[in-house]
Design a protein around this ligand. Sequence first.
Ligand SMILES: O=P(O)(O)OC[C@H]1O[C@H](O[C@H]2O[C@H](CO)[C@@H](O)[C@H](O)[C@H]2O)[C@H](O)[C@@H](O)[C@@H]1O
Length: 988
Amino acid sequence: MATGSALVTIVTSTYSMIWPRHWEKAEHRVVQPVMSPRDCCDEHPSIALPPPPYRAQVTTFGADCRLTFLSEPWLVADFLGVQIRIIDRKQKVPYDGAKWDLLWSDPEGVVDGWALSPQYAEKGLISSHVTTLIKMYTARKKIWKNKGVKPSKFEVSVAQALFHVKKGNQELRDDLKDMYINTAIGAGCRARRRATPQPTRHGEVGMRRRDSMMMKLLVTRPIPVAVEITGASTRVIEVLNPEDDYIWIHDYHLLALPSFLRRRFNRLRIGFFLHSPFPSSELYRSLPVRDEILKSLLNCDLIGFHTFDYARHFLSCCSRMLGIEYQSKRGYIGLDYFGRTVGIKIMPVGINMMQLKSQLQLPDLESRVAELRKQFNGKTVLLGVDDLDIFKGINLKILAFEHMLKTHPKWQGRAVLVQIANPRGGSGKDVQGLKAEIEESCTRINEQFGRSGYSPVELVNRTLSSVERMAYYTVAECVVVTAVRDGMNLTPYEYIVCRQGIPGLDGGDAPKRKSMLVVSEFIGCSPSLSGAIRVNPWNIDTTAEAMNESIALSENENQLRHEKHYRYVSTHDVAYWSKSYIHDLERSCRDHFRRRCWGIGLGFGFRVVALDRNFKKLTVDSIVADYKKSNSRVILLDYDGTLVPQTTINRTPNETVVNIMNALCADKKNVVFIVSGRGRSSLEKWFNSCPELGIAAEHGYFMSRKKQYMFVDQFKSSQNERLYPSSSHVSHESCIEAVTPHLPWMDFVRETVGEKPTVNGSTEYLPLHEHSCVNLIGLNLDRETFFRLGRTRDEQWQINNQCSEFGWMQMAEPVMNLYTEATDGSYIETKESALVWHHQDADPGFGSAQAKEMLDHLESVLANEPVSVKSGQHIVEVKPQSVSKGFVAEKILSMLTENKRQADFVLCIGDDRSDEDMFEGIADIMRRSIVDPQTSLYACTVGQKPSKAKYYLDDTNDVLNMLEALADVSEEVGSPEESEILSPSEEA
Ligand SMILES: O=P(O)(O)OC[C@H]1O[C@H](O[C@H]2O[C@H](CO)[C@@H](O)[C@H](O)[C@H]2O)[C@H](O)[C@@H](O)[C@@H]1O
């Protein structure tokens, strides 16, 4: 393949695979436009297919494309004229009920046949699949007995996994009995009962029915994945060229395929398009395999949906169930998933214009149109074209039509509803019931409103050829779609194109074209048809009104709406759709080979962690070696998510953290700082027992080098006071060391307590060096005295004095108040230099949606203020522009350099976006040579995710282990020259 070529493998299990026709726009090769595969097979049964496998080499968009189809063999007919490689999905489960992954075959093909799924069998998760599979097998057995039909090889392998077949009986295997029999069959029956719409009286369309339909959608739709996928993945894997290929998977049957493929080929470029609706999180979350399906989809690079609603449901499921939030970057929505950005594409599929146009030229069409015109002469035809399926809302449409005839009697004798009910939807009990219901409605209406030569409802209960279908479209004044749920539904698009006809074929002046649509708001094409009358099909009255309005519309309005729709449908055809999708898929995968990928996790939990080539895990050995070699070290540590996990409620540092801090601070080669967004009071309180620790609070608005005791002042003011040790003695931790340059104070201590403090470990403390450390432990000072002797950190906070203007707070606070009132569980944290809106305790989806909205709102309100508005871990924060963790890093390192103590070892660790400023700041400092280029620089993020840091550690445990290793090799007390790096005077 040429460099830069696009290799597209398209995998589908059900669709009539019309997509490849978009290759007809190929630059160097034209794919013969042919009829739909179904029509091909129906109308040209003599087409002989060459034996598979077929190689595909189509040049399109200026690139070589290899198309790999996972589909039915008859689809090959569609691509005569192109060499394609086709993968036959052999093991199709021959029933249409619910299926879970009770049975599982090894996707890697190492183990033959089918087995019980260890994952769900072990967890004891059950559903109706056991019942259904048992029914399936027993039914087959009966047929076999009665008619001599043998079960297929697949059915036998199913049976082997479930029954003691080899022993010659149908008994369910013993190990399954206990696990499933009592629970599964009960649950299965309940699920099926719930799933079956209860018969309703005419016109009574209540929530019960709707709910049950929704349940059915959930119970039946995503389920076959597990069973069907196995054969599919094996075959796809066989033919893939993972380095070159793009793979585009279609629809819910193959929802699990991305995980299988990702596991096999970590770097494969995978796209997925869901042609069905994605349920709302409220419904979706009741699926036992909800996380697995989400994770499988997240193993793709681009996930496509027809409408924003479906995408929104998916995104909200990711947020609620996996805690993954999406971001919008320059109009593209993406989810960061372990270092990979999973793109979201929202675009409804289009129709195949070329194919439809060629069909409109078929000779039979004209005569069929003439026949229909004659049949419906003088009548206004409303048309419905649907599969006979409970989701298509056919009876709702008929009931609405009946209502229209009643409420607008002018249409009696004039309006006809032609309902084509294509029996493709299956032949189960549901469909039988539906058929009976529809027929009953039609008979009733025809009896009530019909007369000689006029049947108000024409029910066409058979599959039509494409010519017949187009003839009906041509004569219909209006198409009515009242599906209660449908992924896309291309009927309105086909209708519009048919009503437009073929220019030139009409002869003479082409008449002004007209078409009118009444469409359900629950179908995927609805948002794109702005000229249609949109209805809630459950509301019979409004649907009836919409039907009336559509056929009573003025000619001019009708024409204008048609033109608008035709413009859209003809430009947004399947070619446009697939081209746009592939373009986005290429863009989403741009960085694939620049990344190093690691696969982690089992089963559907498998995911790939994609990291920059230079991004590595920080190894303790290497950092310890560099640490030991160095003489001037800077250690900058974020707090939340770095030293304490984000998941804990009590964020106080534990003893380990405090000990590590003290051990690191004890080494006088070290300057150690906590660099946090938190306020100074909590940090000071938490690290009260770490007097040597530097603290940069509120992202560096406040900085304090360490808890110093300026004893001389205290001495002067308190030398005449007597100090009495009391029973409440200074705790060990609060009294570790005090640094003093002041000899008089030592005398004061000695006089006061009658004991000699140790200085630099020795009781021989005179003459005191100005950097001496005085050990107060054992001096029996009471708490009051101790604090009176020293000055607390409070008095030593340096303030970032570039920001003195806080008028913006008055502007930001009311905005935050609005959102707080409207978002239950949220609250505002008022810091000294910043305002933070927290939504961790709000509803996850609503909270993050409100946060995005607030971010925009604040950015516009504060556009001219010297502030930055940033989002973080469940927060939106407004803080002064000049304050950032990057600024803290720069300040500390520059100060060391100015003091001729240039750092030769820098470690900075952080987990969130504000820490990225620190990593960026450090990189900038290196570029500007503020630090020696030979400096050992360890910028480290917590968690494997895209970062400006070069290293990562997995979690806070890893961070503490590593810091502990550094603490272990630290020296307790350094030489006097090494001890003071940032002197108070320099700090001032
Ligand atoms: O810079 P960091 O040390 O990572 O601190 C950042 C923010 O920490 C605090 O918020 C975080 O903890 C809250 C619970 O205590 C939690 O609700 C929130 O979601 C976390 O982001 C702090 O309240 C913020 O002001 C800091 O900016």
